[in-house]
Write a protein that binds this ligand. Structure first.
Ligand code: ZN
Length: 241
């Protein structure tokens, strides 16, 4: 079974459509979405609609919950907060209802995979899983062989050997049967690893591959400017940071 896993679209319709076009060229069983459909970008309602039309599984992220008024935004930075408040104003009732019904995690039983937006430990506390220490702690909080998540916008594969040793991969990785894995799918709509191209993962039980897709960044930036979204959020798209 081969799946495309996408995360952190952040209302960037141009990036989402470019990624879906790329996925259609490949043989995948389904598309799995790990949350943050909205926040930062200019097309929240459109992205939610396209995602619900195309994905087999959809999760909610902290920005989705915040835009629907379901989580606190006190800890959001200044620009994220402004973008969430803008999103709240434009979000339709239909979009709000869609978000309200999304879970923050889901299991693929047959594939022995946990899907979660932030981290297996307290998924609704929105912790970031970045360091090997974070990984070590979080491996204790799920039973599946593999956890695939998003949230930090930084793509990686962390492999935990039966000995406890951990190895990090930033590109294609073969997945062993005796090892366990935490995979970050990166971000479709706001990459932060220095590569501005949209990022997603092609996942099979035996391998994980990061795919990068170019999209019309200028078009997204123009829409953000017209919407009056904060300048630093517009500029970071060109840098992928
Ligand atoms: Zn995000």
């Amino acid at each position: 079974m081969r799946f495309a896993v996408i995360s952190d679209v952040h209302a960037n319709l141009e990036a989402l459509e470019a990624v879906l076009k790329d996925i259609r060229k490949r043989r995948v069983e389904g598309i799995l979405f790990l949350g943050d459909a909205v926040g930062y970008g200019p097309n929240p309602n459109e992205c939610l609609q396209v995602l619900s039309d195309n994905c087999r599984i959809l999760l909610a992220g902290n920005h989705d919950r915040a835009a629907a008024g379901l989580t606190d935004i006190e800890y959001f930075n200044e620009y994220a907060k402004k973008a969430v408040l803008w999103t709240r104003q434009v979000l339709t009732e239909k979009s709000r209802r869609l978000i309200e019904n999304l879970p923050v995690q889901q299991k693929l039983k047959k594939e022995n995979v946990l899907l979660v937006h932030s981290s297996p430990k307290e998924p609704e506390a929105w912790h970031y899983l970045v360091t090997l220490w974070d990984a070590e702690v979080n491996f204790q909080y799920f039973d599946e062989r593999i956890c695939i998540l998003g949230h930090s916008h930084l793509p990686f594969v962390i492999e935990r050997l039966p000995s406890g040793e951990m190895i990090t991969y930033n590109s294609t990785a073969g997945l062993g049967q005796n090892e366990r894995y935490i995979i970050n799918a990166g971000s479709v709509g706001q990459p932060r690893d220095g590569d501005p191209r949209a990022c997603y993962v092609l996942f099979e039980g035996g391998s994980s591959e990061f795919v990068r897709v170019e999209y019309n960044i200028k078009e997204t930036q123009l829409k953000m400017r017209n919407a009056g979204l904060p300048l630093p959020l517009i500029e970071r798209l060109s840098r992928g940071t």
